[in-house]
Design a protein around this ligand. Structure first.
Ligand SMILES: Cc1ncc(C[n+]2csc(CCOP(=O)(O)OP(=O)(O)O)c2C)c(N)n1
Ligand code: SF4
Ligand SMILES: [Mg+2]
Length: 318
């Protein structure tokens, strides 16, 4: 990561002016609101924001109320990316024509979308934004499920998780496919910056957001967002689950610069077995039955292999 602005300490960070209010209808313990606050508090720039349909949008903009104290657009499920890209294109055109007053602060363009909106339904729209080179940031709130419509699986749902359209039972261990590697796909657009972040590692998140907002061109961020309702854990445990995810390396934290230069940004001092991450969530509880127990070892092997591959890519910088 290059030069970043000074990071506020925790007290400054948690008391700085809100552009996203605590008054919203998200479930207690929902990580979406934690991530949005961390992102918005990372910058003093003017922001043009968009959200795709999903829990974040539905729970923060119930007419006539809003939780957003910033310019915020909602269009549809699939096109939060292009809404913000259109605003960015207009901004650049007006600037070129000299029709914008010189602002005191720079203006940045940020779109939020769930994994359903991003990995699946808005996929081609995001790809277009990345490929056209808009000066914008796209952030996935990745809770690995279509939470707002009742917990259907998406292509971000990990293997073995029980979701309403891939339920675990006597004949099935739940989701059959591995999670799509969205960061790799977006990095393959050769964009200047892509990264994975998690709400428990807030300093890492702030650095990445600040860096991403400072580079010119498209930026893609995948944010792990534990969902108390669909992952089935107690609302007080959101940060504990996040810690298990990052410390077991189920959710490794890294960045990719210019599509190829990979840096790992967090190495746990004490690696936690993947089993502990799985055991803490109801969506995986069937994996501990005799007939599916082999899945736990397979999970660990897969996580180890991904970690080795990330380390090799960091060393090789290819
Ligand atoms: C084109 C279209 N298809 C489906 C829907 C219904 N819909 C609204 S929110 C949602 C689920 C959102 O899932 P995700 O993007 O993962 O966000 P989350 O709610 O999990 O944060 C769906 C299927 C819609 N609004 N528009
Ligand atoms: S269902 Fe999940 S993502 Fe939606 S508001 Fe509740 S905790 Fe958040
Ligand atoms: Mg989701």
């Amino acid at each position: 990561m290059g030069e970043v602005k000074k990071i506020k300490n925790l007290k400054e960070f948690s008391t700085s002016a809100d552009r996203f209010e605590g008054a919203n209808l998200l479930c207690p313990g929902c990580a979406h609101s934690i991530i949005v606050r961390e992102v918005l508090n990372a910058t003093n720039d003017d922001l043009i924001l968009a959200s795709s349909t999903g829990c974040l949008e539905v729970c923060t903009a119930v007419y006539p109320y809003t939780s957003w104290d910033a310019s915020w657009i909602h269009i549809g499920f699939e096109n939060g990316s292009t809404a913000v890209a259109g605003a960015e294109a207009m901004y650049q055109a007006l600037k070129k024509k000299g029709r914008l007053k010189q602002p005191d602060r720079s203006t940045k363009f940020v779109a939020f979308g769930g994994d359903g909106a991003s990995y699946d339904i808005g996929f081609q729209w995001i790809s277009g934004c990345m490929e056209r080179g808009h000066d914008m940031m796209y952030i996935v709130l990745d809770n690995e499920v279509y939470a707002n419509t009742g917990g259907q699986r998406s292509s971000a749902t990990p293997i073995g998780a029980s979701a309403t359209t891939s339920p675990a039972g006597r004949k099935s261990y739940g989701e059959k496919k591995n999670k799509k590697d969205m960061v790799a796909i977006m990095a393959a657009h050769n964009i200047p910056y892509s990264a994975q972040v998690a709400p428990n590692k807030w300093k890492d998140m702030v650095k990445k957001i600040q860096h991403g907002l400072n580079v010119e061109g498209p930026v893609f961020i995948n944010a792990m967002s534990p969902c108390t309702t669909e992952w089935k854990f107690d609302p007080k445990d959101t940060m504990m689950i996040s810690d298990l995810a990052t410390d077991s390396l189920v959710f490794p934290l890294y960045e990719i610069i210019d599509g190829h230069e990979l840096n790992i940004t967090y190495r746990p001092k004490h690696k936690v077995p993947v089993e502990e991450y799985l055991a803490a969530q109801g969506r995986f509880k069937h994996l501990f039955k005799a007939e599916y127990k082999h899945m736990i070892k397979e999970w660990q092997d897969r996580v180890d292999a991904t970690w080795e591959s990330l380390q090799r890519r960091e060393e090789a910088r290819v």
